[in-house]
Ligand binder design. Structure first.
Ligand code: ASP
Length: 337
């Protein structure tokens, strides 16, 4: 029997039109454009239903409540459809993909996020291939997790990161093999499904808007300025450190700030500024002090995944100790130890 896939349109360039202020989403427009695409009517395509969220958003405007709304739309339709394709702006697509991978507990169906760099209404749009291929992947029966498809690459959602502001191969997952590559045909690569809470029934965990901060370390950073920011008000802090988890050491005052934030209840997670490779706390003297100050390793997690995971774990109501433990655990294929 033909698979039935639901397209959920959240906004983003794919359905935008030019306005006097630049591109912006247009309500009740994309469905009409999709109706003119003959590939979508091919017998090789699954049965498709379309749902448009309101308001449509440029993804730079998305926040936790918007992730909850997308999660709710999927949850409402979970039993009706074989899979979902979420149309989304590219700017924060990797954050939403990571968030959904945690929020959709017990997920046993494909949820593929995609969009485009050039609107569908313009020549040379990458939107048609991204959408058509995402629909074929969602109906392939081969994937049952949150993925991001873009420019011929199918990536694990919580491993993806936006690599290019203007290229059509805009995303990659440098720390996790691609799940499939689409050229003349769609080639599924050797695949390790994420260790998930399989066996559990599907349910949606809505996220709470807990205060999270990301601090990128740079040479010459003046830590006292951050002293007033890194207080107990920040529940989760992602430190984007140099290389394998290094911060400026001697003579700098970050460690007491981290220690104080930790003692006041914050969970400090160490990620790397390098897109590829892993944090190894203790490999250098400049990182071992971080562990002593109470920070946890984000290993090879993207900042996007670390932020989404902090929101998720705080929303589950775990204690600080439990959150510290789970930040270092592989919950949905988001990290390799
Ligand atoms: N600003 C747009 C968005 O993220 C960019 C895009 O979709 O490519 O919604």
């Amino acid at each position: 029997m033909k698979k039935h896939i639901c397209i959920i349109h959240t906004g983003g360039t794919i359905g935008m039109v030019k306005s006097s202020h630049g591109y912006q989403p247009k309500e009740k427009y994309l469905e009409i454009v999709l109706d003119t695409i003959s590939d979508l009517k091919s017998t090789e395509m699954p049965k498709i239903s379309f749902y448009e969220m309101s308001p449509l958003l440029d993804s730079s405007d998305m926040a936790v409540d918007d992730w909850n709304r997308i999660g709710e739309e999927i949850a409402k339709r979970y039993d009706t459809y074989d899979g979902f394709v979420v149309l989304h702006g590219t700017d924060t697509m990797a954050y939403t993909a990571a968030a959904l991978s945690f929020m959709l507990e017990g997920l046993n169906k494909p949820v593929i996020l995609t969009g485009s760099q050039i609107p569908l209404c313009e020549i040379r749009s990458d939107g048609q291939d991204n959408l058509v291929t995402s629909l074929l992947i969602a109906s392939s029966g081969k994937i049952n997790e949150v993925c991001l498809y873009f420019g011929g690459r199918l990536l694990r959602g919580n491993r993806a990161t936006k690599m290019s502001a203007d290229g059509l191969l805009a995303f990659d997952s440098p720390n996790c093999p691609r799940i499939a590559e689409a050229g003349i045909s769609i080639r599924y690569l050797p695949y390790n499904p994420p260790k998930t809470d399989t066996g559990c029934a599907f349910s949606l965990c809505k996220l709470k808007n807990v205060p999270i901060g990301v601090l990128k370390i740079f040479p010459g950073i003046s830590f006292p300025i951050f002293d007033t920011l890194m207080t107990e008000k920040l529940k989760g802090i992602v430190l984007e450190t140099f290389g394998a988890g290094n911060i400026p050491g001697e003579g700098h005052s970050l460690l007491p700030i981290i220690e104080r934030a930790f003692n006041a209840g914050s969970v400090v997670t160490v990620c790397s500024q390098c897109p590829q490779g892993t944090v190894t706390l203790g490999a250098y003297a400049t990182s071992s002090a971080l562990t002593e100050a109470g920070a946890v390793s984000g290993y090879d997690m993207t900042t996007e995944a670390a932020v989404a995971k902090l929101y998720y774990l705080f929303s589950k109501g775990y204690s600080k100790e439990e959150i510290k433990e789970k930040m270092e655990e592989n919950l949905r294929g988001e990290l390799t130890k």
